[in-house]
Design a protein around this ligand. Structure first.
Ligand SMILES: Nc1ncnc2c1ncn2[C@@H]1O[C@H](COP(=O)(O)OP(=O)(O)OP(=O)(O)O)[C@@H](O)[C@H]1O
Length: 357
C-alpha cells in the first residue's frame, strides 16, 4: 500500500491501543486504575513519545506492547497480533519482534559487551555461525568496536545504553520500546543516544515507542506524541502540532520547561486572570510556526498599528525541519484584541495568559 521508494519503512510494525484499561489489585482488596480508555495508533516507522508525570501510567502502557502487562479491558495489537491474548509460542514470537531498552540498562554484569548483545540470539537458538556476524554488525552500528571485550562495570552510562540498544536490535525487531532510556544520562550523552535512536529509526525503519517525563526528549526525536495523565491520554498528535498549539494544561506545563513559555518571576507573581479596570498590560503568548517563524511581526505591529510589544520571554527552536518559536509579550490591554487579530491574520497563534497592572 505504501508508495515506491520507501521499502525500509515497512520494517516497522503498527501498534494499536484500542480502548485499553488496566486495573491492579491495591491494598486491602481495593483496585488501582492505572489506565483508562486509552486509544492510540502508532504508525509503522514512527517515533512516538509518551510523556507524563510519575504514576501517570506510562510504564504500564509501554509494558503492554510486549505482553509484560495485559489489559483488563480493550486490546493492544502489534502488526495485527493481539498481544494481550497471546500465550506460549505466539507471545514469544511477538516478543522477538519487540525490543526494549531501559533507564538502568539491565545488562548482565557477568557478560562482556559482545556477550550481552549475543544473549537474545543465543536464547532464540540461533546457530553460532549466524550470531557472530550479526553481533559484530550491531557493535559497529552502535560504535562500540573498541569496547567489545569490556564488562558493564567498565563502561560509562552512554556506552551501557549503546549495548542495551544493540541487544534490543539483536532479534531484528519491528518495534523498539524505550523506557526512560536517557533519564540516567547527562544532557550531552542524552543527545548522542537520541541521535543514535533517530539514525536507527531512519536506517531500519522500525517503530519506536518511548516513554519519558522530559519534553525535550519528545521535541528532539518524536514525530508523534501523546500526553498521559491519571491513566488517560489528555492530548495527542504530531509533535509539531502539539508544540505549536497545546490544548491541555498538563501539556502546557510540560512545554514550559522547553520553550519560552515560562514567565519571568516578577511578572508571574503579579498576573491576574481578569482584565482590571484602568491601565493594564495583556500578557500574550505568540507562537510562530512554520514559514512565519522568522517574520518580523512585532516590528510590523509597531509600525503598522503603533502597538508596542514588550518581549518578556522567548525562544526559537526547531522541531524536525520546522522552525518554531514561542514569545511571551506584554501589550497595552486596551489594544490587546487588536494586536491578536493582527498577528493571527498573519498566521501566528496567540493566547492571552493574563493581565498585569
Ligand atoms: N504491579 C502493580 N500493582 C499495583 N499497582 C501498580 C502496579 N504497577 C503500577 N501500578 C500503579 O499504576 C499507576 C501507574 O503506574 P506506572 O508505573 O505505569 O506509571 P508511570 O507513569 O510509568 O510512572 P513512573 O514514571 O513513576 O514510572 C500507579 O498508580 C502505580 O502505582
Amino acid at each position: 500500500m505504501s508508495g515506491t521508494g520507501a521499502p525500509l519503512r515497512e520494517a516497522g510494525a503498527t501498534i494499536i491501543f484500542d480502548r485499553v484499561g488496566k486495573a491492579f489489585d491495591g491494598p486491602g482488596g481495593s483496585r488501582v486504575s492505572a489506565l483508562e480508555d486509552v486509544s492510540l495508533t502508532v504508525q509503522p516507522g514512527a517515533i512516538c513519545g509518551i510523556i507524563g508525570r510519575s504514576g501517570a501510567g506510562k510504564s504500564t502502557l509501554l509494558r503492554m506492547v510486549n505482553g509484560l502487562e495485559r489489559p483488563t479491558s480493550g486490546t493492544v495489537s502489534v502488526a495485527g497480533h493481539d498481544v494481550g491474548n497471546a500465550n506460549g509460542a505466539a507471545l514469544r514470537r511477538i516478543r522477538r519482534e519487540v525490543g526494549m531498552i531501559f533507564q538502568h540498562f539491565n545488562l548482565l554484569a557477568s557478560r562482556t559487551v559482545y556477550g550481552n548483545i549475543a544473549l537474545p540470539l543465543e536464547i532464540a537458538g540461533a546457530p553460532a555461525a549466524e550470531i557472530h556476524p550479526k553481533v559484530e554488525n550491531l557493535i559497529a552500528r552502535v560504535g562500540l568496536e573498541a569496547l567489545r571485550e569490556r564488562y558493564p562495570a567498565e563502561l560509562s552510562g552512554g556506552q551501557k545504553q549503546r549495548v542495551g540498544i544493540a541487544r534490543a536490535l539483536a532479534t531484528s525487531p519491528k518495534v523498539l520500546l524505550s523506557d526512560e532510556a536517557t533519564s540516567a544520562l547527562d544532557p550531552e550523552t542524552t543527545q548522542t543516544v537520541l541521535r543514535l535512536l533517530s539514525d536507527i529509526n531512519r536506517d531500519l525503519g522500525l517503530t519506536i515507542l518511548l516513554i519519558t517525563h522530559e519534553m525535550a526528549v519528545v521535541r528532539d526525536i518524536a514525530s508523534q506524541m501523546a500526553v498521559i495523565e491519571g491513566g488517560r491520554i489528555v492530548e495527542e498528535g504530531a509533535t509539531y502540532d502539539v508544540f505549536a498549539q497545546p490544548r491541555h494544561p498538563t501539556t502546557r506545563s510540560f512545554l514550559g520547561g522547553v520553550t519560552g513559555l515560562t514567565l519571568p518571576a516578577f511578572i508571574a507573581g503579579r498576573m491576574q486572570d481578569h482584565r482590571p479596570d484602568g491601565p493594564a498590560q495583556a500578557v500574550i503568548r505568540v507562537t510562530f510556526a512554520g514559514d512565519h517563524a522568522t517574520d518580523p511581526m512585532l516590528a510590523n505591529l509597531a509600525t503598522e498599528l503603533g502597538i508596542a510589544a514588550n518581549i518578556l520571554a522567548g525562544a526559537i527552536e526547531e522541531i524536525g525541519p520546522h522552525p518554531f518559536g514561542n514569545l511571551l509579550i506584554a501589550v497595552d490591554a486596551a489594544r490587546g484584541d487588536e494586536a491578536r487579530t493582527y498577528l493571527e491574520r498573519h498566521g501566528l497563534l496567540t493566547e492571552v495568559l493574563g493581565y498585569v497592572v
